[in-house]
Design a protein around this ligand. Structure first.
Ligand SMILES: CC(=O)N[C@H]1[C@@H](OP(=O)(O)OP(=O)(O)OC[C@H]2O[C@@H](n3ccc(=O)[nH]c3=O)[C@H](O)[C@@H]2O)O[C@H](CO)[C@@H](O)[C@@H]1O
Ligand SMILES: C=C(OP(=O)(O)O)C(=O)O
Length: 419
């Protein structure tokens, strides 16, 4: 299993380009099962999760070509309905083939998904939504076995009890080819959901209310191929900005989507960062100052994203003052705190709250990455610590960050992969 050796302390300084968003590219590739005709997707990040999803849609009968950051997909011949455990187990987003398969072929058998161990992550909202559209759902041998009525899924008025990115995505995809109108209430408004909806419309779908909590989808007969560019990754961008802020450094991010990052930019400014935005370029400098501790509560978009919580925890660990970080989305997502404490941080965990008292500096220790963003936060902690921090289980990072060690090298930091 690969490890990272991070050399610290170091200060981030330099320019780096932001990749396409993993969490937009994944649903978009699942939605690529919907149309008759060829698709060309650009700005697709080169990640293990993308390769896994490519394999998954290939095994359902799609033709997929991954070439650098371009994915060509032709799902005209899709005819298989089983998404097998071996592919689905590593990745949460695999559940997103369920909606497109049901809409396109009227049947699907999808293994229960894996993904980061950040909580129990049920899929009840997805299944309830499909049932409201007329599907029959059974659970057999660890698989979700779903079947649409003979005449196809029917439009429905669905209210989500909890805001769910995945359930919104799955249902919006299924609704594009359903009979009649579907209304999704209390829908997720994350930029990745917005990007998926724009992609669906580029293929001829009729989705309105995009970016609001009520999505209205009028089913169409068929979707067609198109060319589409995936939105920039706001979480990758945020991760590099926090690394710069925590290390009292400066950074220029190219190809970013600052309009998707309001609350993160706001919190970084509260921490003392000087941030300038020029189109898709973001400049941040700390003017060599220590960051100030910032408190926040994670919640669905447009509130503070849970996927940025651990990185801010690392910054708070060395910030001036104290902060309270409350995680409301996933019950097991503050685990990086314990690893940071082993590096000298002072973080007190009480249920879903982390109370952080900033210390002057951290010291290197062997640590274990337990999920994707926790891993990224441990890299940031490693940059802050004096000595060589060895991070185990970095396969999580490879699921979600394109060439992270190369990008850190461009920023003057030494993050070495040990095979
Ligand atoms: C591949 C992808 O895009 N992953 C993102 C997606 O995950 P994912 O789509 O899994 O997250 P959801 O938005 O669905 O989860 C939000 C909350 O709803 C709960 N829930 C969800 C579905 C369901 O059927 N029942 C239920 O109770 C979850 O347990 C969680 O507490 O959104 C999360 C929240 O922004 C992000 O952290 C993940 O990075
Ligand atoms: C939790 C994440 O990913 P996944 O939903 O794929 O586990 C993430 O991107 O931070």
């Amino acid at each position: 299993m690969d490890k990272f050796k991070v050399y610290g302390p170091t200060k981030i300084a330099g320019t780096v380009a932001v990749s396409g968003a993993k969490n937009a590219a994944l649903p978009i590739m699942a939605a690529a099962l919907l149309p008759n005709g060829a698709l060309t997707l650009s700005n697709v990040p080169q990640l293990n999760d993308i390769r896994t999803l490519a394999k998954l849609i290939e095994c359902l009968g799609a033709r997929v070509e991954l070439d650098g950051n371009v994915a060509k997909v032709d799902a005209t011949a899709v005819d298989k309905i089983v998404a097998p455990y071996e592919l689905v187990k590593t990745m949460r987003a695999s559940i997103l083939v369920l909606g497109p398969l049901l809409a396109r072929l009227g049947k699907a058998e999808v293994s229960f998904p894996g993904g980061c161990a950040i909580g129990s992550r049920p899929v009840d909202l997805h299944l309830k939504g499909f049932e409201a559209m007329g599907a029959k759902i059974d659970i057999r041998d660890g698989y979700i076995v779903a079947e649409a009525p003979a005449q196809g899924l029917k439009g429905a008025d669905i209210h989500f009890d909890v805001v769910s990115v995945g359930a919104t995505e799955n249902l919006v995809m299924a609704a594009t080819l359903a009979n009649g109108r579907t209304i999704l209430r209390n829908a997720a408004r994350e930029p990745e959901v917005v990007d998926l909806c724009h992609f669906l419309n580029a293929m001829g779908a009729q989705v309105s209310g995009i970016g609001t909590e009520t999505l209205v989808i009028d089913g169409v007969e068929a979707l067609h191929g198109c060319e589409y560019r995936v939105v920039a990754d706001r979480i990758e961008a945020g991760t590099f900005l926090v690394a710069a802020a925590a290390t009292r450094g400066s950074i220029t991010l190219l190809d970013a989507a600052p309009e998707t990052m309001d609350v993160v930019l706001f919190k970084l400014r509260e921490a003392g960062a000087d941030i300038q935005i020029d189109g898709t370029t973001i400049h941040l400098t700390m003017n060599n100052k220590r960051p100030k501790a910032v408190s926040f509560v994670t919640a669905p978009h447009p509130e503070f994203p849970t996927d940025m919580q651990s990185q801010f925890l690392a910054m708070n660990a060395v910030a001036e003052g104290t902060a309270e970080v409350v995680e409301t989305i996933f019950e097991n997502r503050l685990v990086a705190a314990q690893e940071m404490n082993r590096m000298g941080a002072q973080i007190l965990l009480e249920s879903n709250t982390a109370k952080v008292t900033g210390v002057e500096s951290l010291s290197a220790a062997p640590v274990m990455a337990t999920d994707l963003r926790a891993s990224a936060s441990l890299v940031i902690a490693g940059l802050l610590a004096s000595g060589e921090t060895l991070i185990d289980r970095i396969y999580h990072i490879d699921r979600g960050y394109e060439s992270i060690e190369t990008k850190f090298a461009q920023l003057g930091a030494r993050v070495e992969r040990i095979k």
